[in-house]
Write a protein that binds this ligand. Structure first.
Ligand code: 48F
Length: 264
């Protein structure tokens, strides 16, 4: 067979565009392909919920591949280990109740399982705004190539429609910030805004994150480190069980809300 560059180019373009067009009307759109966003997408896709993630960076994984201070290992507790077992990521017990995993294996395996479960991940695309409808309900995401903002180019974005959005953008909680700035601070937090994360306290942070994973605005669920940042809970450093469990919880909440939407 003689290789033809144009056939290769058409294969990439047609295949990408087919998926991108499919992604324009979804059940759940997620900002951020860190551990929380990918875990949420995995559990949604497994239940046949049409799910897409948009990730700003070239690579997926957010803070996971970097481990702790670039030592590429992560720690999980027993509850988190159960999820790593489910993804088929190897863990070794370090001391009673502390399990260690290779952060690159964890990132690549979770990503692979998420895509194989049926979720789509688009990298190099940033969420730069939200779309709203009646009652200021979040109705989709406004997207642009990450390269446009890096280059400072003035290029208008495109939009996708989603029944639910998950903010899994990590410490920055970018989608929640957009909602506060543009819609006037009506998140379901004490003061209505993004409270801001507290200094490191692994035990407290890991316990708080599940409760903080919730619908924080009509149509918008917050997950992962963004949940603790929005509700003013501590950061927890390179222990990742909470991120995985928060992703799973966000998927459960989204499924519950989607089923209520079907009934009404
Ligand atoms: O930061 P990130 O890994 O968030 P997470 O899933 O996990 C947090 C941990 O990594 C760590 C921690 C552990 O205890 O505290 O920090 O909550 O992943 C967030 C992803 O979102 C992307 C960002 O590039 C990263 O990969 N992201 C951020 N803003 C945007 C975005 C945006 N506006 N559009 C698209 N992607």
């Amino acid at each position: 067979m003689q290789l033809d560059e144009i056939t290769i180019s058409k294969a990439i373009t047609e295949s990408f565009m087919r998926d991108f067009l499919e992604a324009m009307e979804v059940d759940v759109a997620i900002g951020g392909a860190g551990p929380a966003g990918m875990t949420a997408a995995y559990y949604l896709a497994r239940e046949r919920v049409k799910t897409v993630i948009f990730e700003r960076q070239l690579r997926v994984g957010g803070g996971m591949p970097g481990g702790g201070m670039m030592f590429n290992r992560i720690v999980v507790q027993a509850e988190g280990k159960k999820l790593l077992d489910e993804f088929n990521v190897e863990t070794k017990e370090y001391r009673n109740g502390y399990y260690i995993a290779d952060s690159l294996e964890a990132t690549s395996t979770i990503c692979s399982q998420t895509i194989k479960a049926g979720a789509k991940i688009f990298n190099l695309i940033s969420v730069e705004d939200v779309m709203i409808r009646e009652g200021d309900r979040i109705a989709g995401l406004v997207l642009n190539w990450s390269a446009t903002s890096l280059a400072g180019l003035h290029v208008d974005p495109l939009a996708i429609r989603a029944k639910m959005v998950i903010d899994a953008t990590g410490h920055a909680s970018e989608i929640c910030h957009i909602v506060v700035n543009k819609l006037g601070g009506k998140l379901r937090t004490k003061a209505g805004g993004v409270s801001g994360e507290k200094p490191m306290w692994a035990d407290r942070g890991e316990k708080a994150i599940i409760d903080n994973t919730k619908e924080v605005y009509p149509g918008l669920i917050v997950a992962g480190m963004a949940a603790n940042a929005v509700f003013g809970a501590p950061r927890m450093g390179p222990i990742f069980g909470g991120m995985l469990l928060s992703g799973k919880r966000a998927a459960e909440i989204a499924i519950e809300i989607l089923s209520q939407m079907k009934v009404s």
